[in-house]
Design a protein. Structure first.
Length: 339
């Protein structure tokens, strides 16, 4: 499986945010125990484990548990390179969010950001693709703030979600008040997930900055870098399984066809990476299941249906095999609590 990595520009944003608190960059990197990234390659990447150390050191040195939100709100379209510029030139905010979800792997491949479009609402959900790796909660804070900041900059108005569901670690009542004021919406806490729920009408409003010509140019740059970063066949398979944020028993032959190869060729490519299609199916289902169950309105029955299980009992048995606990126990522990 390909290592989890993050775009180096995120480290630069963290360092600049710390400097505003009087913490020099060399002190930050020394405290984290990692080498400062080089400036030469704008699309260079650093391991997600180093990013977690960097976020932890940033919070400790600045004594600011909300450093992720602060860093995210400092992002400008140019910070995200072609992704930010394409987002800015999108036809509407929903169009921009779709681009973010499609290409967010360029920022960090630890998470898959899924767009769930319903009748009146649109949700952006972070699905952890590496659940066994410790998560930097500040990184999820950064992603939530980045989404809000980009929506506000693109629309040139104070866009706010209807609801924000953010991870529970580091939670305090003071932090709840701060986040509610920053995002301008109701806040719920969850054990793992990060979700932003928007009004669909708000996201469908045409943007004055829309330019099909600019999006075409920047989308081509994004596709080129996206393809260059997609050297892992196992990651490509997981991306296909996660497509449309549902599962529905996608067969190996269907995924192979989407990747323009035979089923046997795909099997050999995965074997070269010490992976199998069935193991990737389980990894993907586990990640999606945890995300669905952390949402208050996703029952075991609905989760089982979305993941392609014939019954809730079949899903329950599989979930316990993946995690060691039953879905009901997991749901009880991660059920969102209103603030």
């Amino acid at each position: 499986m390909k290592d989890a990595t993050t775009l180096v520009i995120v480290a630069h944003v963290i360092a600049k945010t710390c400097e505003q608190h009087g913490v020099p960059q060399n002190q930050l990197y020394a405290h984290a125990g990692i080498d400062p990234p080089q400036e030469a390659e704008e699309y260079a990447r650093i391991p997600a484990q180093d990013m977690r150390k960097l976020w932890t050191s940033a919070a400790q040195l600045t004594r600011n548990p909300d450093i992720g939100f602060e860093a995210g709100m400092s992002v400008q379209p140019a910070t995200l390179k072609a992704l930010g510029l394409s987002w800015l030139a999108s036809r509407c905010l929903l169009d921009g969010l779709k681009r973010f979800c499609d290409f967010s792997k360029l920022i960090s491949n630890k998470y898959h950001f899924a767009l769930v479009v319903q009748l009146d609402t649109v949700s952006v959900q972070a699905v952890d693709l590496y659940p066994s790796m410790r998560t930097a909660v500040h990184g999820l804070d950064f992603a939530a703030a980045l989404i809000i900041q980009m929506c506000r900059l693109t629309a040139a108005e104070m866009i706010s979600p209807q609801l924000a569901i953010i991870p529970k670690p580091l939670w305090t009542q003071r932090r709840a008040v701060y986040i509610k004021e920053l995002l301008g919406c109701d806040v719920e806490i969850s054990s793992q997930t990060c979700t932003m729920v928007f009004s669909r009408d708000v996201l469908n409003k045409p943007l004055l900055t829309a330019s099909d010509e600019l999006t075409a140019v920047n989308d081509e740059i994004l596709r080129r870098h996206f393809q260059q970063s997609s050297t892992s066949y196992s990651e490509a398979v997981k991306a296909q399984l996660l497509k449309n944020n549902s599962y529905h028993n996608v067969a190996q032959s269907e995924v192979a066809s989407r990747l323009h190869m035979s089923s046997k060729t795909l099997q050999r490519r995965l074997a070269d990476e010490d992976e199998t299609f069935s193991s990737l199916q389980d990894d993907t289902r586990e990640a999606l299941a945890k995300n669905y169950l952390a949402k208050q309105h996703y029952s075991m029955k609905k989760t089982a249906l979305l993941l392609g299980f014939s019954s809730t009992s079949a899903f329950s048995n599989a979930f316990k095999r993946w995690t060691g606990v039953s879905p009901s126990a997991f749901l009880h522990g991660s059920k969102a609590t209103n603030v």
